[in-house]
Design a binder for this molecule. Structure first.
Ligand code: GAP
Length: 423
């Protein structure tokens, strides 16, 4: 983890938030490469979950909602973690994360206060007159979908079974943020709420279907299959809204960890918000049941970084799927002080830049430039050399094989497109 954290900071993936003021626990800022990586994850998720399907639409709801939403959904009373305080060092911890009844800070054994329920919702205060109106930053992005259920069915031709997808920020006042971005207080979720008929056989069909879809999505994007597993929650672990819950877990350096949750929420939410569905053909009215897939953008970014991190002969290579790579192509003039090479390289850079996220580098020797791109996962480096000036070809160096191929400039765009877009 130390290597990943150091690389993330040094190369502009992730910085501690407000670092010049000592940081703030549980908050992180994404730098230029981190922002690209997250955007790629979100775009690919939206492509798979919305654009490539006929039965899913996407929305973007507000972060702050009427507080009645959270009372009705059960979050103000039940969205809690068990909290204990160590009587020796007075630090507070999540009771379910303590091993052997020993304080993770001062090692004191069996010396904790009684367990208390600690609510994870983050409060905010709105308005200009006192007392200000108390509201909450959303603890899950999900409720924005449920409270818009009627709006969506009234304004869009959707028919059960159908899904509503959303990506956005959620906030939790986590007791112990940690493991880098893994457990943060501000994070992004990418979720699907899939509405089905309230029947057990439908649950079984769609729960299994979405589990497989989501598992394969990570595998298709390059996560090693042997580092993924499915784990069903025991009853006492389940969130207050879930009738059944299964985690897709990743074998992180800090242990098997939740990547994404698949939940059977039944009619927990729609029945509380009193939102029914009417089948226009049969006139049947009912509260649909919901199968939910809920993944984390930040956890995906972290696990893609960890999973793709390789050290080869003392150099670091991020073997990211090119679709995820923040930079797709780097363009180098062989020598920075040869005007004819630089001019030609600039022309090629301008050409490629319109099609792919491309970076220019003319510092140091070519070997160092390759290594610098390997470290951030750039799949292709294009070098303009003296032969380019004679025969209109460039070398394209592949990050994973380190092999170089000579490609005609006129074929370069097609060549890169094929290699970058293959899943
Ligand atoms: N709507 C259901 C829901 O929110 P969850 O299991 O509490 O379910 C879903 O969260 C996903 O959100 C997790 O699998 C994880 O990827 C992400 N997530 C949850 N809490 C997080 C945190 N504190 N920091 C980063 N990501 C988090």
């Amino acid at each position: 983890m130390d290597k990943i954290i150091a690389l993330a900071k040094r190369r502009g993936f992730v910085y501690p938030s407000s670092e010049i003021y000592g940081g703030i626990s549980g908050f992180w800022d994404y730098g230029p490469l981190g922002a690209e990586l997250k955007n790629n994850i979100k775009r690919l998720w939206w492509q798979t979950m919305v654009y490539q399907r006929e039965d899913v639409v996407g929305i973007d709801a507000a972060i702050i909602m009427n507080p009645k939403v959270w009372e009705t959904s059960g979050h103000t009373s039940s969205f809690t973690d068990p909290l204990v305080e160590c009587k020796s060092c007075h630090l507070r911890f999540r009771a379910d994360k303590i091993e052997d009844n020993r304080c993770p800070n001062c090692q004191a054994k069996n010396n904790f206060t009684e367990e208390k329920k600690f609510n994870l919702l983050t409060e905010v205060y709105l308005g200009v007159t006192e007392p200000k109106q108390k509201a909450y930053l959303r603890g899950e992005i999900t409720q924005g979908v449920f409270v818009n259920f009627k709006n969506i069915i009234d304004s869009f031709r959707v028919k059960i079974p159908f899904g509503v997808a959303q990506i956005g920020k959620a906030f939790r006042n986590e007791i112990t943020p940690g493991n880098f971005t893994y457990r943060s207080r501000e994070f992004e979720q990418m979720e699907l709420e899939f509405f089905i008929k309230p029947e057990e056989k439908e649950v079984e069909k769609w729960f299994n279907y979405w589990t497989e879809e989501r598992f394969n999505w990570y595998v298709n994007l390059g996560i090693k299959k042997n580092r993924l597993r499915l784990r069903e929650h025991k009853e006492e672990e389940r969130a207050h809204y879930a009738k059944k819950a299964l985690d897709i877990e990743y074998q992180a350096p800090f242990g098997w960890s939740e990547f994404e949750g698949i939940h059977h929420r039944g009619d927990w939410d729609l029945s509380r918000h009193n939102l029914r569905y009417k089948d226009k053909e049969t006139n049947e009215e009912y509260f649909p049941w919901v199968i939910e897939t809920s993944g984390g953008v930040d956890r995906s970014a972290l696990f893609f970084l960890i999973d793709s991190y390789q050290e080869k002969n003392g150099r670091v290579v991020l073997q990211l799927n090119p679709l995820l790579s923040p930079i797709k192509v780097a363009v180098f003039p062989l020598l920075a002080n040869k005007e004819s090479l630089v001019k030609k390289a600039r022309q090629i850079y301008d050409l490629i830049k319109r099609k792919f996220i491309t970076i220019w580098d003319d510092r140091g020797n070519i070997g160092k430039r390759y290594f610098s791109q390997d470290e951030i996962g750039t799949p292709f480096c294009v070098t303009i050399d003296f032969q380019t000036l004679e025969d209109e070809t460039v070398t394209v160096r592949d990050r994973d094989t380190t092999k170089q191929e000579r490609i005609k400039i006129s074929k370069l765009e097609t060549y890169l497109k094929e290699k970058i877009n293959q899943l």
